[in-house]
Write a protein that binds this ligand. Structure first.
Ligand code: ADP
Ligand code: MG
Length: 706
């Protein structure tokens, strides 16, 4: 088990509670007949169809275990595409027969399949509203657990006609594809042991915490998850004193509570620390197989929100809750490892001689370069538009960072066709005898790179904090499956295998060298340089959405049987609609706040000033400052009123701009500009108005008072 011994939180011993609410191997071993347990394990590892008799036995065991633990309901949990929360439809275990006592039932069929009404989820035309049927199917590879008295069964979700409507199904298919092609590659390298390749993910989740009472006074946070108004406080994050700073007692109590809940669900919450921005934090579990990591991350997001509320706080998962303050992301640490323990991204002690690693690296370069926009899209949502490309997160341009050691190996291969040496990592010597000498990592960190090699994995840093990690890992695994297949085709019949590998590796590295960038991704020079290299720079998700139906995407997903063209078209439509929908809520919220809170406040203040001016004049003194202030406030008030009216009109026009893409573009360009035009005078007004009159908690109140 990956859990450290003896870790305690609030008197809770992790060893005792870890996995308490999970129907895991240990529970199954005790509750299932040995032969059935073995059959389940075989299905988990090797796939295949589960028979109804086995499902009945498992369901019976699950029901008994769940009832003993006090559960009353069961639900299939699924994740509709683009909605980053797990959807649930709870059914009670108990049924009351007409003439009898209450009976608790849960059948194999109920375990295997569910039929939630799918008509209210986005389907992008895959399902007419009248044909509402959708099915969920048990994902046997992800553990069943109990949450809030409900037995939760992780599932995949598809339409009546079999098209996937979720983020889980494509991920499972992509994991299967990369495993299949990867094993073929391993065979060529003489490895007969490997049966499958697992893709692992460790997502680092960033989030903000704010006080609940203050939150309740901010309609923008309530409706859109981010502040749509708000002037910068005198102090932001410029002192860099928050990062890894000590955690406040209130937040600490929340984190401890959360840890215990997550441990009980078998989630290895491990790293917690304060992030760069005030009020910002991070939680990272130990990495897990991608589909389990996806399910776990959804649970982490769910529990972050619920637990925060229990502690009188609100957890904001939005990518950019506060303008001018760092936003939140989700670093997707990803690796591919064989079932016999070979991490394909591990360079080993002699990377210059590790031909498999070099080839896999070349494949990764080719994959990232070929599908750069698709990767960027998979990491995006509307909220992430405020983050990508701003001076904090990775830029919107996809590039790879390899670090000194591996970067040098690649340089040698590109120059000479092969590598003959590698830089040693060396030691760090503090020069003080009492301090230990530290062994250096072979790669330094480059915080500005969106896709960074970190020694034995890649860290994809673009991912949106509130997004599911399903899409991203679908792309990552599918693009590798595609490259592995291409490599196998080239190398399969080679007369001199070693030579062929060397040549193919060098060829790929040469063809895709433009994707490597070890410099500062935040610098002004980088976008210019990237353009020279021909690297795409999609400033907004709206520009990246069409990548879903580009030729290269359609071909890749078709070949590895992950998503059909029809499914991709549907997803494209959903994303355009989603973008417009989010911006529409934001615009309407701004109009509402301006009309109901800000304009009336300013009107009241001008009234007060006017009264004061008259009174001061009457007292025989010239009210110079008051008069100036009145003029200034009136100016901003006028500007605000005009901008509010304009925003309402422009939003209405945008909603009717044409097809989904045209509508999304109108929101991105016209509505966003109108929103900025309203925010400007409002924020300026906040700066000059008395704090006691301002109708909403300020940035300072929200960020610094936890
Ligand atoms: P940092 O902030 O230094 O990047 P963290 O410890 O916060 O690192 O998070 C690193 C994440 O990467 C963790 O979730 C960790 O479990 C995960 N990780 C470590 N090794 C691998 C690997 N081989 N494959 C996938 N994820 C990994
Ligand atoms: Mg990290």
């Amino acid at each position: 088990m990956l859990v450290k011994k003896g870790i305690r939180t609030m008197g809770v011993n992790i060893e005792k509670v870890f996995g308490e609410h999970v129907f895991d191997d240990a529970v199954m071993k005790v509750r299932l007949p040995k032969s059935d347990f073995d059959r389940v394990k075989t299905l988990v590892h090797e796939g295949g169809e589960i028979t109804e008799d086995l499902a009945d036995v498992v369901a019976q065991a699950m029901k008994e275990w769940a009832l003993e633990k006090g559960a009353t309901h069961f639900t299939h949990v699924f994740q509709p595409y683009v909605i980053s929360v797990g959807a649930e439809k709870h059914d009670s275990f108990s049924s009351i027969p007409v003439d009898g006592e209450i009976e608790n039932t849960f059948t194999g069929k109920e375990l295997l399949m569910g039929e939630p009404d799918a008509s209210s989820f986005p389907s992008g035309g895959l399902r007419a509203t009248c044909g509402a049927r959708g099915y969920t199917a048990w994902d046997i590879t992800s553990p069943v657990y109990i949450k809030e008295d409900t037995l939760c069964i992780p599932t995949a979700f598809c339409s009546y006609t079999g098209e996937s409507l979720d983020t889980k199904t494509p991920l499972l298919k992509a994991m299967h594809a990369v495993s299949k092609q990867g094993v073929r590659l391993m065979r060529l390298f003489g490895n007969e042991e490997t049966k499958r390749i697992y893709s692992y993910v460790g997502p680092e989740q960033e989030y903000f915490l704010v006080d609940k009472e203050k939150y309740m006074k901010r309609p923008d946070l309530i409706y859109s998850g981010r502040t749509l108004f708000g002037a910068m406080p005198p102090k932001g994050q410029e002192m860099d004193d928050q990062y890894f700073g000590s955690i406040s007692p209130r937040v600490k109590a929340f984190m401890e509570d959360l840890d215990v809940k997550l441990w009980k669900l078998g989630i290895t919450a491990k790293t917690e620390h304060c992030e760069v921005a005030p009020g910002q934090h991070e939680i990272a579990p130990i990495f897990a197989i991608s589909n389990v990591a996806l399910d776990n991350n959804l649970l982490v997001m769910d529990l972050l929100k619920k637990t925060a509320r229990e502690h009188g706080m609100i957890c904001l998962l939005h990518e950019k809750p506060f303008d001018g303050i760092n936003g939140s992301g989700k670093h997707n640490n990803w690796s591919l490892t064989t079932d016999d323990g070979i991490n394909l991204f591990k360079p080993g002690k002699e990377p210059e001689n590790n031909k498999l690693f070099q080839l896999v690296l070349a494949c990764t370069m080719a994959a990232v370069d070929t599908h750069a926009v698709l990767l960027r899209l998979a990491a995006s949502n509307t909220g992430n538009d405020h983050r990508l490309g701003a001076n904090e997160a990775p830029p919107a341009i996809i590039s790879m960072y390899l670090g000194d050691q591996v970067g040098d190996v690649v340089d040698q291969i590109i120059k000479n066709g092969k590598a003959t040496s590698s830089l040693s990592s060396g030691e760090i010597d503090f020069g003080i005898k009492k301090l230990p000498k530290l062994e250096k990592d072979p790669t330094d960190r480059n915080r500005t790179s969106p896709f960074a090699f970190t020694g034995n994995r890649f860290e994809f840093r673009m991912v949106a904090s509130s997004n599911s990690i399903g899409d991203v890992n679908t792309v990552l695994n599918a693009m590798m499956a595609e490259q592995f297949e291409k490599a196998v085709e080239v190398l399969e019949g080679a007369e001199d295998f070693d030579k062929a590998v060397e040549e193919y590796t060098a060829k790929l590295m040469r063809e895709h060298s433009r994707i490597i960038f070890n410099g500062n991704g935040y610098s002004d020079e980088w976008p210019i340089e990237a353009e020279k290299r021909g690297l795409p720079n999609c400033k907004s998700i709206v520009d990246a959405i069409p990548a879903l139906t580009s030729e290269s995407t359609i071909e890749m997903y078709k070949n590895c049987k992950v998503l059909s063209e029809r499914e991709l078209q549907a997803r494209e439509e959903i994303l355009f609609e989603q973008y417009a929908g989010v911006r529409n809520i934001e615009a309407l919220t701004m109009v509402d706040i301006a009309n109901k809170m800000l304009i009336p406040t300013a009107v009241k203040y001008t009234g007060k000033l006017a009264d004061t001016i008259l009174a001061v004049k009457e007292a025989g003194v010239e009210p110079t400052v008051q008069t100036e202030l009145l003029a200034e406030v009136t100016d901003k008030l006028n500007e605000m009123k005009d901008a509010t009216k304009a925003l309402a009109e422009i939003t209405e026009k945008a909603a009717n701009a044409g097809d989904v893409q045209a509508v999304a573009n109108a929101y991105k360009d016209d509505v966003m500009a109108a929103m900025a035009a309203l925010r400007k005078p409002a924020d300026e007004l906040e700066v000059i108005m008395p704090k006691s009159m301002w109708p909403m908690p300020t940035y300072g109140d929200l960020l610094f008072e936890l």
